[in-house]
Design a protein around this ligand. Sequence first.
Ligand code: ADP
Ligand code: MG
Length: 269
Amino acid sequence: MSDLLVIRGLRAGIETSEKDILRDFNLVVGAGEVHALMGPNGSGKSTLTHVLTGRREYKVKAGEVFFAGQDLLCLPVYERARLGLLTAFQYPVELAGVELDDLLAEAARGRGLPLSHVSRERVESLGKRLGLAGKLHRPVNVGASGGEKKRLETLQLSLLDPKLVVLDEIDSGLDVDGIEDVAREILRTVRETGMSVLIITHYARILEYIPVTKAHIMINGRIVASGGAELVHQVEEDGYDAFRAEAGEEAGQEKNDAVVANGRDPFLL
Ligand code: ADP
Ligand code: MG
């Protein structure tokens, strides 16, 4: 299977700070593969999505990223999208004045897809499957609930035929039925189009519907463990401490805080 995304030795942070957020990050995703990326808050998962997308305030200091055989880091954002990289952000933005239909038409054109790919009929039938009937022909995400925004992101990835979709916590903000609807649609798209997926998540639930090729645990800017679905269940049951220890990191600040708080817990006195 050919490698679609190759990230080697990536070191990156934000423009206004010296601190590295990604520190020697390595990942290879093959065509048609589904990878899960899990890690505690603040480990750098969203930063990775921003760096891959090409957001201006994030600065790459070392390493390389190849996508579909091209050096991704020298390309502007729109070229990355054109190549078939699509990101569903953790916090989808509201685009006042930009109708969803216009966005889909422009995106399809950019990807070199026929406009029939995003025809009203296709949008509506998919929208119905995703519980979005009556909420489609509007400015993108404006007035949508958290869960509706995640469903709208799913609709876009399903219609735009990406080669790789990066899902940054697509399951947060969704109720249990929403997770199932979104997961089933993603799985259907993977099977029909052979797209690859990088799912960033805190929960095993979405991965019950979408079988993973590999799972990775990220601590403090780098992947410290890779394996199969068993890693996901290990995290659900035991949290990240074992991985922190393996990575030579101190147990996290959150845990230290909890110990201090417990020391003051009136129920323990
Ligand atoms: P995760 O998605 O794993 O929770 P993030 O990538 O959002 O982690 O954040 C990793 C670290 O980098 C955090 O300490 C966060 O505060 C910091 N960070 C990320 N993006 C920015 C930014 N735009 N400005 C300031 N700090 C940032
Ligand atoms: Mg995040």
